[in-house]
Design a binder for this molecule. Structure first.
Ligand code: SAM
Length: 303
């Protein structure tokens, strides 16, 4: 279950935020106590792995305490965090290591500062890279998410490989999913063809996560690369994700708009569990990103 802690973000990546971002009202955001109640019900339903996302989850005050409490819940096997990585202090990372965070996914689309600024409208790539370096150094498992859009270049791919030269990091290339108004073309097919032609790839069969990425080792590199192709290589048959927005909307697919508002059931946990169970069985068979854009608001649901 992916849990969005907030829709707010200090970044404004062009592929994520709607042109006019309406912020959710603070008073509508679920408290950590309410989120933990939902997680308790999720565990009863067999959901034991949680991804904390946003907006930018590290913007929300107290997020480390929430992760600690979630890690301590009976039955929880894994808690990971997806972040732009810009707001950590080293002591935050020490604390996350101490409470046993299972992995941090840093979203980094390029190592070129001016390109980074263009994509995210923020100028702090250097800080993000220092945080990634530190997280890795203190022994936190690290992955990198890199969105492949229609401007993605082979030279960008090559420079990104620097991140895995001497680090056992999983570098994942994620095909841009078309949301409202976004371009449907991506360079994903060309990228895969290029990589296959120019590098010796060895399929890495061990599981590096719960996601759809297929990982490869590249000769002479310590880390791994993975490709996530939501459009051109649909993996819906293997998708067991459910998503919870910060206001308590349980969403069953990134593409489809429907879901259930869990707020009315928060006072009665057995009713909450029942409603969650009913809705999980309504998970749609597949998305249709290949035909249509979705009106899903990514910064509300967290990718
Ligand atoms: N702010 C956090 C971050 O930067 O990772 C968490 C939220 S962000 C929505 C989660 C992930 O979704 C990021 O890796 C981001 O690159 C990815 N993402 C956002 N919009 C996307 C899109 N249209 N297609 C593919 N990935 C997208």
């Amino acid at each position: 279950m992916r849990i969005s802690l907030t829709d707010r973000c200090n970044y404004a990546c062009y592929y994520c935020k709607p042109d006019i971002a309406k912020h959710l009202c603070h008073s509508d955001i679920l408290t950590y106590e309410q989120l933990l109640d939902i997680c308790r019900c999720a565990v009863l339903l067999g959901i034991t792995r949680f991804k904390i996302t946003g907006g930018e989850p590290t913007l929300r005050k107290g997020y480390i305490g929430f992760i600690r409490r979630l890690k301590e819940l009976d039955g929880v096997e894994q808690v990971t965090l997806t972040t732009n990585g810009s707001l950590f202090s080293f002591s935050d990372l020490d604390e996350l290591k101490k409470i046993g965070i299972d992995c941090i996914n840093f979203s980094i689309d390029t190592l070129d500062e001016s390109e980074y600024l263009k994509i995210c409208k923020m100028n702090n790539l250097e800080k993000v890279l220092l945080n990634l370096e530190y997280a890795y150094k203190i022994g936190i498992a690290v992955k990198v998410n890199c969105v492949v859009d229609n401007l993605f270049s082979f030279s960008r791919f090559e420079s990104m490989l620097e991140l895995i030269q001497d680090k056992k990091i999983a570098l994942r290339f994620i095909e841009l999913m078309p949301l409202k108004n976004s371009d449907r073309n991506t360079k994903m097919d060309e990228l895969i063809e290029y990589v296959q032609k120019n590098y010796t790839l060895n399929a890495y069969d061990e599981k590096l996560g719960n996601g759809p990425a297929h990982y490869y080792k590249i000769t002479d590199y310590q880390g791994y690369i993975g490709f996530i192709e939501a459009l051109h290589n649909k993996f819906c048959q293997d998708c067991n994700r459910i998503r919870l927005s910060s206001v308590g909307q349980l969403k069953l697919c990134l593409f489809h708009m429907d879901g259930v508002d869990l707020k009315p059931y928060l006072d009665n946990l057995s009713e909450l569990e029942k409603v969650m169970r009913e809705w999980i069985f309504k998970k749609p068979k597949e998305h249709h990103f290949e035909k249509e854009n979705s009106s899903t608001v990514m910064n509300e649901i967290g990718g």
